[in-house]
Design a protein around this ligand. Structure first.
Ligand SMILES: O=P(O)(O)OC[C@H]1O[C@H](OP(=O)(O)OP(=O)(O)O)[C@H](O)[C@@H]1O
Ligand SMILES: NC(=O)CC[C@H](N)C(=O)O
Ligand SMILES: [Mg+2]
Length: 485
């Protein structure tokens, strides 16, 4: 996952894009980039690291214009440390297009071949986003006839993008001198929400972003989600035109957004992330009650930050005291989205510390939102024991992650996943806990979609069922052999 934002405004957008990216930081910490359009001129600044350290005053001063976009990257293809692969990606024809992307393409081998052999396009990195912007540019070039750009031509190009590209993509592009284009893959796997605020007599200022909290913070009203397969084109003058461009759109949003990725104060596809996490806690409590004699547990504890709402609900429903026994160092970022296992492992220790007073002689029920590689949970069990815990029951508000995630979350190899090919008692032994309880898949799905219009969720990392056709066993093997560097 990455965080993306795009703005069409009536005043300079540089600071607004920066502020939005700071709010989306939890979606990617590898690198960041901002681009703006000042008439036909495009400006761009990108750098490694987090938003607050990446930009200098001179970068911000150079980002002129009233239309802009931004990106925070959590790499899933190519290299996490490459500055060339930081987004946005730029192509100079037609018009000058600059694009940001959240997601992961699954037919990159075919696209690379086609772009090189048929479309005669140069690719300079191994980023899938570079493929996406080149397919878009090629298809737009095939539509345009003069210097004017008709929205019909843009929508026809997006229809072709949907035909050629497989995988997940929520994307925003600036087309120099013309407008901003936002589009989402035909399954709407990754999120994208549209908002606006009044610009007085001149109409509206527009925003598209990965998460609704960006809209709220900027004083925008939510118009709606960009629909799966839909493209939204906003002209430089602030006119919004949209069209469904996919043959068979079907909303299947990523379940992992609700489990871990998104901020709890966002509303995604009409579902409050916070409330979904509370419901995950409710259902988990029912499962725990089925397996554990309640007299056995003294306290319920979250692993900060993401599991807090679920843990609170588990405690309340089971009628057991809720305690925060792990103190979190607020200056360490999210561990799971850091690149490299060594860094992740070291960061868990730097991030969390167990307070002995909360553990000594007690039977602890620990709640995490998910167990993926087991990096966090292994360390946590060890810390709890070292702090004097008597019995450690470990619980996860998500089911076992047994299969690779190929739609924008970096968990591409089976052998990395602690639950792959292991039964729950074996995972329990691996973690060193006394007892291990997971959410059931059906309960996770029901907890997330309850009360919403969403009927399906992308849950491949829990079920091994992939919505896009290209994810074959051969593809998964190839991904394992060609991991992110
Ligand atoms: O099994 P693992 O591979 O360790 O991954 C799962 C853990 O990683 C995430 O925490 P993270 O520290 O990234 O972020 P958080 O502060 O939002 O919980 C998640 O909340 C789990 O705690
Ligand atoms: N997590 C993402 O959305 C990553 C976007 C893109 N695949 C990249 O690696 O840069
Ligand atoms: Mg966590």
């Amino acid at each position: 996952m990455c965080g993306i934002v795009g703005l069409v405004s009536t005043s300079p957008v540089n600071q607004q894009v920066y502020d939005a990216l700071a709010l989306l930081q939890h979606r990617g910490q590898d690198s960041t980039g901002i681009a703006t359009a000042e008439g036909r001129v495009l400006h761009m600044a990108k750098a490694k690291g987090q938003v607050r350290e990446a930009y200098r005053t001179r970068d911000m001063r150079s980002l002129l214009g009233t239309m802009g976009l931004g990106h925070v990257r959590y790499a899933t293809r190519g290299s996490a440390s490459s500055e060339e692969e930081a987004q946005p990606f730029y192509v100079n024809a037609p018009y000058g297009i600059i694009l940001v992307h959240n997601g992961n393409l699954t037919n990159t081998r075919e696209l690379t071949r086609e772009l090189f052999e048929i479309d005669r396009r140069h690719l300079n990195t191994s980023s899938d986003t570079e493929l996406l912007v080149n397919v878009l540019a090629h298809e737009l070039q095939a539509q345009v006839t003069g210097s004017d750009l008709d929205p019909d031509q843009v929508f026809a190009a997006i229809s072709r993008v949907h035909e050629r590209v497989e995988g997940s993509y929520a994307a925003i592009a600036l087309i120099a001198g013309h407008g901003m284009l936002a589009f989402r893959d035909p399954f709407g796997i990754r999120p994208l929400v549209l908002g606006r605020r009044s610009a007085g007599l001149t109409g509206y200022e527009w925003v598209v972003a990965s998460e609704s909290l960006v809209l709220e913070a900027g004083g925008y009203e939510t118009v709606r989600e960009v629909a799966p397969g839909e493209a939204v084109f906003i002209t430089v003058g602030g006119e919004m035109i949209s069209r469904q461009c996919a043959a068979n759109p079907r909303l299947v949003p990523c379940s992992f957004e609700y489990v871990y990725l998104a901020r709890p104060d966002s509303i995604m596809n009409g579902i409050s992330v916070y409330e979904a996490r509370l419901r995950l806690g409710d259902r988990l409590a029912d499962t725990i009650a089925r397996y554990t004699p309640m007299g056995d547990i003294d306290v319920v504890m979250p692993i900060p930050d993401s599991s807090r709402p679920a843990a609170m609900q588990v405690a309340q429903k089971l009628g057991i005291p809720y305690r925060e026994g792990f103190y979190k160092n607020r200056y360490v970022g999210r561990t799971f989205i850091m690149p490299g296992q060594e860094t992740r492992k070291k960061s868990v220790k730097q991030k969390l510390n167990a307070m002995s007073s909360e553990f000594a002689g007690k039977n602890i029920l620990i709640v995490d939102d998910s167990i993926v590689r087991g990096t966090t949970s292994r360390e946590i069990v060890e810390m709890a024991r070292a702090a004097g815990a008597n019995k450690v029951t470990f619980t996860s508000a998500a089911p076992p992650v047994r299969y690779p995630h190929v739609y924008g979350i970096n968990m591409p190899t089976r052998r990395e996943l602690i639950a792959h090919g292991r039964k729950i008692p074996e995972i329990n032994t691996e973690l060193g806990s006394d007892h291990l309880i997971y959410q059931e898949v059906e309960d996770m799905q029901a907890a997330i979609i309850e009360g919403s219009d969403v009927t399906e969720l992308e849950m491949s990392c829990f079920t091994g069922e992939y919505v896009t056709g290209t994810v074959t066993p051969e593809y998964l093997r190839w991904v394992e052999e060609n991991q992110l560097s």
